[in-house]
Write a protein that binds this ligand. Structure first.
Ligand code: SF4
Length: 726
């Protein structure tokens, strides 16, 4: 029987990059502490007490029988690829992982191993894995599923503004006169933020909302002006808007002259984007184009919100730059209610960027290509050096695993056998790997059958540390209940194995006698990360766990002596580039990597549903979350359905150059003829011909691994497919 409710614990939602604060109540049930409820934390600036359907049901994820059944509760191992994994104890599992990694490195060198981590892990987890790879082992082969999510935004900010730093904050939504939502279905992907946009519109009906999207999404329904562009034509749209702004005299030449460089080249480029050409290319009218340019440029404050629609593209970085060009040219940046604001998909993609937890980054926004930066970090860590060459990013990592160049992979809190594009490649890579370590909270992911060692990790409500949301705000994550079974925090698992590896390497890179991993708490790790940020753009040397606990979440930078974080960047018009000026980047529109053709005539895009999260490990266990969209489907226009003689719920084959899926049809007005949409959350199970493994391909059995040449982010938003009756 339930007894009295224990005190509330403050923590942060583990789903998306809005980073909502929540209050968790517990109760004693038959002598066991159990999570009773969650409510939005009214004191948290990100959500002001609101929660969306996913966040509001988080407590239920920890209450179901499925949860107990699917959670990883103890280590497992196997000694041959054909054997089933059996239970091991932590000492056995740690020793096996450490020995295999050290043996492979001793024989083949540090670049024969790799780490594939996640925007779901905490900053402290990210920090120690990055230190293990780049510091102790000497490989930059550590990448993250944030590569699929934010890497084009990172590159866009760095190239145009000089630093990977979103300049805005959520309060800017309340202060904007125009909100330009482009490549984002915020109503589904960032629901609490979208509620804030709706509330701002209710309070200020003069606020104009412009939505740019190939699909008529729920976000588009709220738009005053909706531009239903053809997939992949974003750059042409932005250049066309700039062309009109130039022609109409809507630019801020004083700001351009004082704070930017490269405008004359851009001016010459956008002359090639006259309204008629752009309207035809984008599939919109000239008047829609004109109105978007007018509203954007002439408003007192224009805020752009953007997400995967820009980033998941082979032109992702150029799309980000072209959008930032508009803000610089019209001085819609560095003031309240204005700026280019990229929304992060996952709860801690930002924290991963801060510790440098990607293959082409170094700690605290330092650059691998900068010798002084490498020396600073190597000296700080007490290792011989940090390798200069960037490591393998997500897709090349799995290509190298398939070819045998990479021998072992340690996957942390992510499910590449469902979430990466071109799933045939990923499954073949995991089959070919000599050694696969999976550190996971759940046993039923599509990646789990490939694990030679399964390391059970804690999850939401059990972990302690910090996360950073889209607006640079660091929030505490607190444990509410004890870890389930023998599961451990991700950072603890990393440290235990790292200390063993230290003793086994034949060519030690450590310069001091003591371990590089002498941490006993999450806070000690965070303090080391904090020390590395001193003097950097994201300096948090004035912040502490205590301040975060007593005064609440804070934005970076928060240097020593500060009493609060910096709400908005670049208000002084000085940018962290070599010249102090922001850069206009001049890149032409280019088409998607794959084109529709007579064989594959339909442009398929993928995305999120409102009530599901990623591969559904958590949300898929809550019955009520299926009320909104109970099953997978392919959204098709009525015109295509009629042409193909298809009806609602009829099964079809959806075929791309890489695979085939069977899906029921959903006839909708949200997509145009010759376009289709499939949600990313579902996998489709079938048994492969080897080792009885169940493989889950889902929509990523169809998608392409073509990627942006700068950010290496894959083009998940565009695949050419055909649809035929099943
Ligand atoms: Fe969680 Fe995002 Fe929903 Fe907030 S908006 S409750 S962070 S899923």
């Amino acid at each position: 029987a339930a007894t009295a409710i224990n005190s509330q614990v403050k923590t942060t939602c583990c789903y998306c990059g809005v980073g909502c604060g929540m209050l968790v109540e517990t109760e004693q049930v038959s002598g066991k502490l159990r999570i009773k409820s969650v409510t939005g934390d009214p004191a948290h600036p990100a959500n002001l007490g609101r929660l969306c359907s996913k966040g509001a049901t988080l407590h239920l994820t920890a209450q179901t029988h499925v949860y107990e059944q699917t959670r990883a509760k103890h280590p497992e191992w196997r000694h041959s690829k054909d054997a089933a994994r059996t239970r091991a104890n932590w000492d056995q599992a740690n020793e096996l992982v450490a020995s295999r990694f050290a043996d492979i490195i001793n024989e083949h060198g540090p670049n024969s191993v790799a780490f594939y981590v996640s925007g779901q892990i905490l900053t402290e987890d990210y920090y120690v894995f990055n230190k293990l790879a780049k510091g102790l082992l000497g490989t930059n082969n550590i990448d993250t599923n944030s590569r699929l999510c934010m890497s084009s935004a990172v590159a866009g900010y760095k190239r145009s503004l000089g630093a990977d730093a979103p300049p805005c904050n959520y309060e800017d939504i309340d202060r904007a006169s125009v909100i330009f939502i482009t490549g984002s279905n915020a109503a589904y992907a960032h629901p609490v933020l979208f509620r804030r946009i709706e509330a701002a519109k209710e309070k200020n009906p003069a606020l104009k909302i412009i939505v740019v999207d190939p699909r008529r999404t729920d976000t588009a329904q709220a738009a005053d002006l909706f531009l239903q562009i053809l997939p992949g034509t974003d750059i042409a749209l932005y250049h066309g808007m700039l062309h009109l702004m130039l022609w109409e005299g809507w630019l801020d030449q004083t700001y351009i002259d004082a704070h930017t460089e490269g405008f004359s080249d851009l001016k010459a480029l956008v002359k090639n984007y006259p309204p008629k050409t752009v309207a035809q290319l984008c599939g919109i009218s000239e008047s829609e184009l004109f109105e978007a340019a007018r509203l954007f440029a002439t408003s007192t404050a224009t805020l752009s919100l953007y997400c995967q629609g820009l980033n998941q593209s082979t032109s992702g970085t150029a799309k980000n730059s072209a959008l930032i060009n508009l803000h610089l040219a019209t001085r819609q940046i560095g003031k309240a209610g204005a700026g280019p604001f990229s929304l992060t998909g996952q709860p801690n993609a930002m924290g991963g960027r801060e510790v440098g937890g990607l293959a082409n980054q170094l700690a605290a926004h330092r650059d691998l290509g900068n010798p002084a930066h490498r020396r600073e970090v190597a000296d700080f860590w007490g290792v011989t050096d940090v390798a200069e060459a960037p490591g393998l990013t997500a897709i090349p990592m799995f290509e190298a695993l398939r070819s045998g160049r990479l021998k072992a992979i340690w996957i942390v809190c992510t499910n590449p056998a469902q979430s990466l594009p071109d799933q045939t490649l990923v499954h073949q890579a995991l089959e070919a790997a000599e050694f696969v370590v999976l550190q996971e909270a759940y046993t039923n992911t599509a990646t789990a059958p490939y694990a030679d060692v399964l390391l059970p990790a804690t999850t939401w409500a059990e972990k302690e540390g910090t996360v950073t949301n889209s607006e640079r705000r660091i929030s505490r994550v607190n444990p509410v209940i004890a870890p389930l079974g023998e599961s451990k925090n991700d950072w603890q698992i990393c440290l235990d194995i790292a200390r063993l590896i230290e003793k086994k390497l034949e060519r030690p890179r450590r310069l001091k006698d003591s371990s590089l991993f002498n941490f006993t708490t999450a806070e000690e790790i965070w303090l080391e990360h904090r020390a590395l940020t001193k003097g950097r753009d994201l300096d948090i040397s004035g912040l502490s766990y205590e301040i975060l606990d007593t005064q609440g979440p804070a934005q970076w930078p928060y240097p020593e002596g500060a009493t609060e974080g910096q709400a908005r960047l670049y208000e002084d018009g000085i940018f962290p580039t070599a010249t102090g000026r922001a850069k206009f980047l001049t890149e032409d529109y280019r088409s998607t990597a794959e084109a529709t053709s007579a064989r594959y005539p339909i442009a398929l895009t993928t995305g999120r549903l409102r009530d599901q999260w990623h591969g559904m490990s958590r949300t898929g266990t809550i019955a009520r979350l299926f009320a909104h969209a109970p099953k997978p489907a392919i959204d098709l226009s009525a015109a295509d359905a009629q042409r193909l003689d298809l009806h609602n719920d009829e099964l079809v084959y959806v075929t791309s150059a890489r695979g085939v899926q069977v899906l029921p049809v959903s006839i909708t007005t949200s997509v145009r003829p010759s376009q289709a949409f499939v949600a990313m959350h579902w996998g489709s199970e079938y048994v492969a011909g080897h080792a009885g493994k169940s493989m889950s391909l889902g929509v990523n059995g169809l998608t392409s691994s073509a990627r942006d040449p700068i950010s290496e982010q894959p083009e998940l938003k565009f695949s050419a497919v055909k649809v035929t009756k099943a």
